[in-house]
Design a binder for this molecule. Structure first.
Ligand code: BG6
Length: 474
């Protein structure tokens, strides 16, 4: 019992956080390429083009573009069944609006997929992970319906070219960050809610059309949505705290409601009415939304929130949610994210009760500072403990609650740059990469203790989560 036989164990990355080679082989600039490095607790700065003297972590990242064969071989050594990765849209359509794709970009990903397949690793591909070609900003990015057509041209190019090589697709990474980090979600740099909701509408429609297109091109294709797994607990049994929690969850879950049910929920339409927000609906759009419901729901899970009367539900800023509370029952990571394994089971139940479609955990992990010992070893017991407790809760959700979980791709199996701050020292990986916050280092890959542990986890299909004995390392 426990995990199903075909459970997809693996890891997940995003192109702009690992590839580097930001102008190689015809690639154009993306919204990620103009985000300068931040620092601990300070988000990255969005600059107007590339400003001399500033450091942009996506430009070199960990140079996965040149190291992908070595990196995928390491994933295979751990026994990965799948690799969730993203395609940089601007490698395929450098400005986003070209009629003809960039062959060099297409060839690159073909090689990546072939490498995965040689190792028996199933690619799970995110079409848009926190990067939009910068060239689409002149159209107003996702606020403009035209951008949807460019996205669909990009999708068609990929679905056709990689038919038979890729069958799992994800239309947009964490689509709900349009409410918290709209620049990342789709090149939108404003607090204006009408703009954000227009952009989200175009992404919903684009995703629904992409789902249908993927099925037409290959009936084996499965397209999922990706939800930033916000979970909120009420601060107290005070009904006001409870209602605020419901309101908070509505702000996030409405994205999943639209993509999984195919229509906007009544609570959101009422909110739009009150605020005077108008959706740019055209004839036939609503049928497209319903016809393009996703095949599965994938989500990231890192932390949980406490919500109550003090919580600011306006989400006005670009830096996410201010909840006003701390959870006294949970510890936090060095970056202040709560560590809450049971919350994962809670979220799996919440999502499955609501949508009744297969779920996939496509991000989960601990960002921590790692120390390389004099002998080159890295003892990351904290990471092993974090993952172990989360995997246990996932197993309970499968075994006790009967939830169909397709797979688990831990976030950042190899150290990559942090999306929020651009730091390298916030490391998630089983594999250490010798690069610092300024992009300096040898780029050498080193296996951490957790590498050997995850190998055992996969080998035993999640049954053996025990810590390693010293002799098992190396
Ligand atoms: C998710 C994103 O929100 O969180 C990833 O999809 C990101 O791209 C991850 O890397 C962890 O966040 P951070 O800022 O620690 O990299």
């Amino acid at each position: 019992m426990g995990f199903p036989k075909d459970f997809l164990w693996g890891g997940a990355t995003a192109a702009n956080q690992c590839e580097g080679a930001y102008l190689k082989a015809g690639k154009g600039l993306s919204t990620a390429d103009v985000m300068a490095v931040g620092e601990h607790g300070v988000p990255r700065e969005i600059t107007d083009g590339i400003v001399e003297g500033k450091y942009y972590p996506s430009h070199n990242a960990i140079d996965h573009y040149h190291h992908f064969k070595e990196d995928i071989a390491l994933f295979s050594e751990m026994g990965f069944k799948c690799y969730r990765m993203s395609i940089a849209w601007s490698r395929i359509f450098p400005n986003g609006d070209e009629e003809v794709p960039n062959e060099e970009g297409l060839k690159h990903y073909e090689e990546v997929f072939d490498t995965c397949l040689q190792f028996g690793i199933e690619p799970v591909v995110t079409l848009s992970h926190f990067e939009t070609p910068l060239g689409l900003l002149k159209y107003g990015s996702w606020e403009n319906r035209k951008v949807m057509d460019f996205y669909l041209r990009y999708c068609k190019t990929l679905f056709t070219r990689y038919k038979g090589k890729v069958k799992y697709w994800i239309s947009f990474n964490e689509i709900n960050v349009m409410s918290t980090k709209p620049w990342m979600a789709g090149g939108i740099n404003t607090n204006n809610e009408q703009t954000r909701m227009t952009a989200a509408y175009h992404q919903f429609l684009a995703s629904a059309k992409a789902v249908q297109m993927a099925h037409e091109i290959d009936s084996n294709n499965k397209v999922g949505m990706m939800y930033n797994g916000h979970v909120a607990y009420p601060n107290s049994p005070d009904p006001e705290d409870v209602q605020t929690t419901v309101d908070f969850m509505h702000k996030m879950l409405f994205y999943a409601d639209v993509q999984c049910r195919g229509y906007y929920p009544a609570y959101k339409l009422k909110e739009f009415e009150r605020k005077g927000i108008v959706l740019p609906i055209q004839d036939g759009d609503l049928d497209e939304l319903i016809g393009g419901k996703v095949d599965f729901l994938s989500f990231s899970y890192y932390a949980t929130h406490v919500i109550g009367k003090k919580t600011d539900l306006n989400f006005e800023g670009l830096n996410g949610v201010k909840t006003g509370y701390k959870n006294p029952y949970l510890s936090t990571s060095d970056w202040g994210w709560t560590i809450d394994p049971m919350g994962l089971r809670y979220l799996l139940n919440l999502l499955y009760d609501r949508y009744q479609i297969p779920l996939m955990i496509v991000e989960n992990g601990l960002g921590a500072v790692d120390k390389v010992e004099d002998d080159g070893s890295i003892h990351d017991l904290y990471r092993i403990n974090y993952l172990k407790e989360h995997i246990k809760e996932m197993e309970k959700a499968i075994e006790i609650d009967g939830i169909p979980v397709m797979g688990y791709t831990m976030w950042g199996p190899i150290d990559i740059i942090a999306a929020s701050t651009g730091e390298m020292k916030k490391r998630y990986g089983f594999i250490y990469v010798d690069v610092d916050d300024n992009g300096k280092g040898t780029f050498r890959r080193i296996k951490k203790d957790s590498f050997y542990w995850y190998k055992k986890v996969i080998e035993s299909n999640g049954e053996n989560l025990d810590l390693l004995e010293a002799k098992e390392i190396y």
